[in-house]
Design a protein around this ligand. Structure first.
Ligand code: ATP
Length: 623
């Protein structure tokens, strides 16, 4: 109920459109019933040569002597039966068509309007969620909610809603026509009502179940497509085309079976209803003949009655589909609202103040951190971290894989919050300052370079669209990217494809470095790329990084000896704790973990395995 109410709140700005469309659709329904009523005068007056000229009777109000004549609805100078019926027929068709057109337009106007607002709100909410949220929910689930769930609500609130209103009013007015024209005969229909309703419900349930299965199978196919298109290089490198094709074929077969099952259930409805209808007609014919003999009914009114009864069937049948669609939209809105309402672990205090700059340093005071799974289980990854970093220092973090290095640096921009101790920036607890002002102080260059499908200029000036080109170029020069950018077809205006596919790994990294240089944040978090570039690229990237690091306070997850050597201090992280700290020379003298790691990882002879993304593997030495 709360969900329906919440969805309706989105309709509120469009309530005038909705009300107008309800009125217009009511007219459409009334006109549909009126046109059925015209069948009687067509048979009894227009097509009957023996009919006496005069008033054209439309129907008699049951249980009274009151009659409604067609002339009463039309200007008085129409007398001839054909003229009267023809004017009524064309006039009602015209009115129905006009109302249908504007009614449909207005329902859709309201439906699309509300869905646009809902989609914007959802996107805004999702975009602002914390990093933990994006780790909890897969890209597939988020995209599916943003696209498919919104689509379901949109479908229900636009196309289905307009059809529903039309069918609803057609049902109401035609039911009135059935009672008016049929009189006692209408009650016979009550005998068939339970059968129709029961079978429609059963078929509806069957259809719902089978369509849901079909949708699941379709999602399976979409997943395979998503995986193999984004990972097509891996598929090629491993020669898995045949295997993937077979996987796809099996999924397609399952979809085929599910669709056929659904058709089997759906296809039964029409013949079944035909059978019920034939039995009803047979019975009605018998009773109708008696009524006509006793002059209680004309042949024309009997046929009108039959047509009205048949017209009822369509809305009744469609109601199962409408119900289904509205249910699906409600189900989809549950996911939408769940994402919109998700409570972030990282929240800004109401009285948070803006950090003006960074000048005194960063302190980790007895910091502990745990990841929390969706089931509420916690996994402690950092404990008892004490570290004071002065402005301008370069802190290299080294340690075995999974020790907690990335987790530690992710605490600084508050991608996650500590659950023990605190982190201070210039003496202020991170949780006391606004997230925006904190993140303004921090630049980040990660292993995986994120580039957007936009121009080189906009990629470098990401977040600062108004920055002049000269400053973008300056940053690119410092990142040693200017020359290769100028060699591109449109220079700084060249569009980079999805994920920067037109660029080499080294070029991508240098663009990311240029972006960080332009941001000019005093604190820098660097996650050095593990995969080695070719020597020349590597030198460029190293030089660009040196330019970027100059004058900044840097936390670097180091994989290269050159970086480690240049660091002011090295912190060795093991099992979530700092086990050693000092300069390269100090730690080498110590003969502890660092020395062991150094021998394994950083010595000149130690090879590093590097891939070029195409699966072709090379073995190179580093350092
Ligand atoms: N979102 C998460 N949820 C739960 N556990 C996580 C999450 N991210 C990382 N972990 C776990 O936390 C531990 C520390 O991971 P972290 O990425 O900080 O290590 P790391 O030292 O940076 O490793 P690497 O050098 O391989 O990147 C690992 O055991 C990892 O499995």
């Amino acid at each position: 109920m709360k969900r329906i109410w919440r969805l309706l709140m989105y309709v509120r700005p469009y309530v005038l459109y909705s009300l107008a469309s309800v009125v217009l659709m009511a007219i459409v329904g009334a006109m549909a019933a009126f046109r059925i009523l015209l069948v009687k005068p067509i048979f009894d007056n227009v097509l009957s040569p023996d009919a006496p000229p005069g008033l054209v009777l439309l129907f008699r109000i049951p249980h009274t002597d009151h009659v409604i004549n067609l002339q009463w609805l039309l200007p008085s100078h129409f007398h001839n039966a054909w003229t009267v019926v023809a004017v009524a027929l064309v006039g009602s068709a015209f009115l129905k068509s006009v109302c249908d057109y504007f009614g449909t337009y207005l329902v859709n106007r309201a439906g699309f309007g509300m869905i646009t607002d809902l989609r914007n709100d959802l996107y805004n909410a999702v975009l602002r969620r914390s990093v933990a949220f994006f780790q909890k929910h897969t890209t597939g689930t988020l995209l599916s909610t943003l696209i498919n769930d919104i689509e379901k609500v949109q479908f229900a609130m636009s196309s289905v809603m307009s059809d529903f209103l039309q069918q609803f009013f057609t049902l109401v007015f035609t039911a009135i026509a059935v009672v008016i024209v049929g009189g006692k005969l209408a009650w016979v229909l009550l005998l068939f009502l339970p059968v129709v309703i029961l079978s429609a419900r059963r078929i509806g349930r069957g259809v719902r179940q089978t369509t849901r299965k079909g949708q699941d199978k379709l999602a399976e196919i979409q997943n395979i497509l998503h995986e193999t298109i984004t990972g097509n290089r891996i598929v090629k490198a491993f020669g898995m085309e045949m295997w993937e094709m077979n996987r796809f074929r099996r999924a397609a077969r399952r979809l085929f079976d599910a669709n056929l099952k659904s058709v089997k259930v759906q296809a039964i409805s029409s013949p079944l209803m035909d059978l019920i209808a034939s039995m009803a007609i047979a019975l009605l014919l018998l009773l109708g003949r008696v009524s006509i003999q006793h002059k209680q009914m004309t042949a024309g009114s009997f046929i009108t009655f039959l047509i009205a009864v048949f017209t009822l069937y369509d809305p009744v049948r469609k109601f199962a589909a409408f119900y289904n669609s509205f249910q699906q939209a409600l189900g989809a809105s549950e996911d939408i609202f769940r994402f919109m309402d998700a409570q972030d672990d990282v929240q800004e205090k109401k009285r948070a103040f803006a950090l003006k700059g960074f000048s005194k340093g960063i302190e980790f005071e007895n910091v502990g951190f745990a990841y929390e799974s969706e089931e509420g289980e916690t996994k402690q990854v950092l404990r008892g971290i004490n570290l004071t970093v002065h402005p301008g220092e370069v802190i290299a973090l080294v340690g075995p894989s999974g020790a907690g290095k990335s987790s530690l640096v992710n605490l600084i921009p508050r991608f996650f919050d500590v659950n023990e101790g605190r982190i201070l920036i210039d003496g202020y607890d991170l949780r006391d300052v606004t997230i925006d002002s904190l993140r303004k102080q921090i630049g980040k260059v990660t292993q995986e370079t994120v580039l957007f499908n936009d121009t080189v200029r906009n990629n470098i000036a990401y977040g600062q669209p108004d920055v002049p080109l000269s400053r973008v170029q300056e940053a690119a020069q410092m990142a040693l990217a200017h020359d290769f950018i100028l060699r591109m077809p449109d220079g700084y205006n060249t569009k980079i494809g999805e994920k920067g596919l037109r660029l080499s790994g080294g070029e991508r990294q240098r663009l990311a470095i240029a972006r960080a240089i332009l941001k000019n944040a005093p604190i820098l978090i660097l996650d050095e790329a593990t995969s080695a570039l070719d020597t020349e690229s590597e030198q460029y990237v190293q030089a660009a990084l040196a330019n970027l690091m100059r004058g900044r306070t840097v936390f670097v997850i180091a994989h290269r000896l050159s970086t480690v050597r240049k660091a002011t201090r090295i912190a060795v992280i093991e099992h979530g704790q700092i086990s050693e700290m000092g300069t390269h020379e100090e730690l080498m003298r110590h003969s502890g973990t660092y020395r062991r790691l150094y021998d394994m990882q950083f010595s000149d002879v130690a090879p590093v395995v590097a891939g070029n993304g195409e699966g072709v593997v090379t073995v190179e030495g580093i350092a």
